[in-house]
Each structure stands twice: as C-alpha cells, then as structure tokens.
Design a protein around this ligand. Structure first.
Ligand code: UFG
Length: 337
C-alpha cells in the first residue's frame, strides 16, 4: 500500500515508517517538523535502502494541506501528527486542541474528498483516564477523569472518527491506544529526541546515564503498588511500530480500538533496575512528590490485538533499555548533533 504517514518524522513515526517499508509498503511522510527533523527520515532511508517522500506541511491548515497533498496518491492514512506533552497541554490548551483536533478533521475531510477509506489513528491509553479495572480492556469506559487537554484531545479525536465513520460507512478506522512506548531501533540510528528536559521516564533515565542530568526524580513512592512507585506497561517502539502495520493490513469496516501494550506492568524502580542491568551504569535517583495527574497503574490487556490483528509484543523491557541506550550513547544530543 501507499501509506500517508502523518507525523512520520517523530519518534513513533520514524519507527513506523521503517516497519512499513520492511513489510513492503511505500511511505509518504507529511510533517510540519515543529517537534521533529528531517534527519530521522534520512536515517530511515539509510537503514531501509528505500526512498521516503517527504511533504512539509501543517495539517491543521486545511487549504495548505489540500495543496500540499495534491499530486500525491495514497491508499491509506496513518495519523500520528499531534502535540503530546501532557504538562504543556495544561498550559497551552488552545494550541493543543487546535493542532490535535484540526489535523484530524482536515485529514478526514481530505480523505473523504479523495475517497481514501483506510485510517489508523494514534490514540493513547490516556483515554481511559483513571483505570477502574486492570488490566485495561478496550471496553473500559473512555473519559473517566482525564486530567489534561492532551488526553481529552485523544478521546475527542476517537469520537470524531466514530462520528465521521457513522456518516461515511465506507471508512474503516482503527484507534490504537498506546501504552508507554520506549526503546529505539536496535541500530541506535533512530530514537526518541525530546526537546528540553524530558518529561517521560525512559529518556530521562537515558540522559542521567549519559551524564546530561544528575539524577532521576521518582515521582512518588506511596502509590498502592508493590514498591509504591507508579506502574506502567512499557512497550518497545518497534513492537508498537509493527502494531501499526498489523492494524493497517487487517483493517476492516467500522471503527475498532486496540490496546498496544505488553500486558506486563513495571514500576519506576523496576525500570531503573532493568536499565542498570541492561546497560551497566548506575542511575542515581531521589524520591520526590507525586506528579499531579498521574495514575498509580496503567497496564494493558493486549489480547484483542493478538486475536484480531495477529499482533503481539515480543520485545522485553531489557531489550528496550539496551536499545534506548544504543540510541542515547551514539546520539548524545539527539539528531543533528
Ligand atoms: N516518572 C518519574 N520521573 C520522571 C518521569 C516519570 O518518576 O522523571 C514516572 C511517572 O510518575 C510514571 C512513570 O514514570 O509513574 C511513567 O511516566 P511517563 O511520563 O514516562 O509516562 P506517563 O505514563 O505519565 O504518560 C505516558 C505518555 C502519555 C500518555 C500516557 C498514557 O507520556 O502521552 O502514557 O498512559 F498519555
């Protein structure tokens, strides 16, 4: 298939581009490069030997997007374009809603105009809000006490896609609810390149290991978990990328949501020791106050994706730590440095 990969230069995007190419698909990336750079795509090309068409465009501008995409044919859209920093979204809600909602509306409008009927959307486990029952299944209620505009924008996008599909039955859409993506391509050539101080755990740990940060702050140790620190379902980004390919290749009528996770929960301290063991570098840390809006535990039940997409995560947390380090140690300052 010829796949329009919206947001394809970002962390998930670059790995997904590579996985698509490895499965015989052709990739067109559309990205505004507001939080990414062309280097990631150049490295995907070098790793795969394929050429990736790159269209620089802001998808939240409908007219500009129509013009930018004219003359490019594609059979399906994987939509990963959006802003994703939870804390920033509470400070800039208008920007987050405009970017994350308008890009989806505009892509759907253009897909309808051009009769492109396959959509894979990058959603998040954050749509479940505060989990009522673990592990999380796809039929868990959505919108249960979501604490930030980023999370709401994902839940709203899911609803928009459902409403558009109801009015346009030819559309087939998959909502992929990511748990916590970590790791990098094992080559260390592509990886996560956060701007400023990382807000996510794995890139922060990797920056402590390389000496860019002094120590990790562990946000709270009195959660009702085994060691008191927050528990998450960390999924290797290559597994996640392959989940997009499986979703695309099994796409059917209607709208279906799938969890992309491993089904295994790890605490903050579990991740720290997994990293120390995999990499052989001690990670100094201190316990500080819990972060506002964090939940104690979020772990997927990934069985639906296994049953219906034939997909399952195969890589371990140790693999993710080793590959994050391969990326961090060979690119200490990220891309272009
Ligand atoms: N944590 C720390 N110190 C840090 C960073 C994180 O202790 O410096 C802890 C958090 O409190 C949490 C765990 O590490 O317990 C994971 O935190 P992340 O920030 O890496 O990930 P979150 O689970 O908070 O959020 C992630 C994505 C969101 C997404 C959410 C869905 O960043 O985009 O998963 O569950 F919405």
């Amino acid at each position: 298939m010829r796949v329009l990969l919206a947001g394809g230069a970002g962390y998930i995007g670059a790995h997904t581009a590579l996985a698509l190419i490895e499965h015989g698909h052709e990739v067109l990336v559309v990205d505004d490069f507001s939080n990414s750079c062309i280097d990631s795509i150049q490295r995907v090309e070098a790793l795969s030997g394929a050429t990736v068409t790159v269209i620089e465009n802001d998808l939240s501008n409908l007219e500009a997007s129509r013009v930018a995409l004219a003359g490019h044919d594609f059979d399906a859209v994987i939509h990963l374009a959006g802003l994703k920093a939870v804390g920033e979204s509470t400070e800039q809600p208008i920007r987050y809603y405009r970017t994350n909602i308008d890009s989806t509306l505009n892509l759907l409008e253009i897909m309808r105009e051009r009769a492109v009927t396959k959509l894979v959307f990058s959603s998040s486990a954050t749509v479940y809000g505060t989990p009522e029952l673990l592990p999380l299944r796809e039929d868990h209620p959505v919108g249960n006490n979501i604490t930030n505009p980023y999370g709401w924008s994902k839940a709203m996008n899911e609803q928009i896609i459902r409403d558009v599909q109801a009015a346009w039955p030819e559309l087939g859409a998959v909502l992929l609810r990511y748990f916590n993506p970590v790791g990098a391509h094992p080559s260390g050539q592509i990886g996560e390149d956060p701007s400023g101080v990382p807000s996510n755990l794995m890139p922060y740990v990797a920056q402590v290991a390389i000496g860019r940060r002094e120590r990790l702050s562990v946000f709270g140790n009195d959660y009702p978990t085994d060691d008191g620190t927050g528990v998450r379902d960390y999924i290797h980004v290559m597994d996640l990328a392959e989940g997009h390919v499986a979703a695309l290749e099994h796409l059917r009528d209607g709208v279906t949501a799938y969890n992309l996770g491993t089904g295994r929960g790890s605490s903050v301290l579990d991740l720290v020791s997994a990293f120390e063991q995999a990499v052989g570098i001690a990670i100094p840390y201190e316990i500080v106050a819990a972060r506002a809006g964090d939940v104690a535990e979020a772990v997927a039940d990934p069985s639906l994706a296994h049953a219906e997409l034939g997909w399952t995560a195969t890589r371990s947390l140790a693999d993710a730590c080793r590959d994050s380090w391969a990326w961090q140690s060979s690119n200490p300052n990220g891309y272009g440095a």
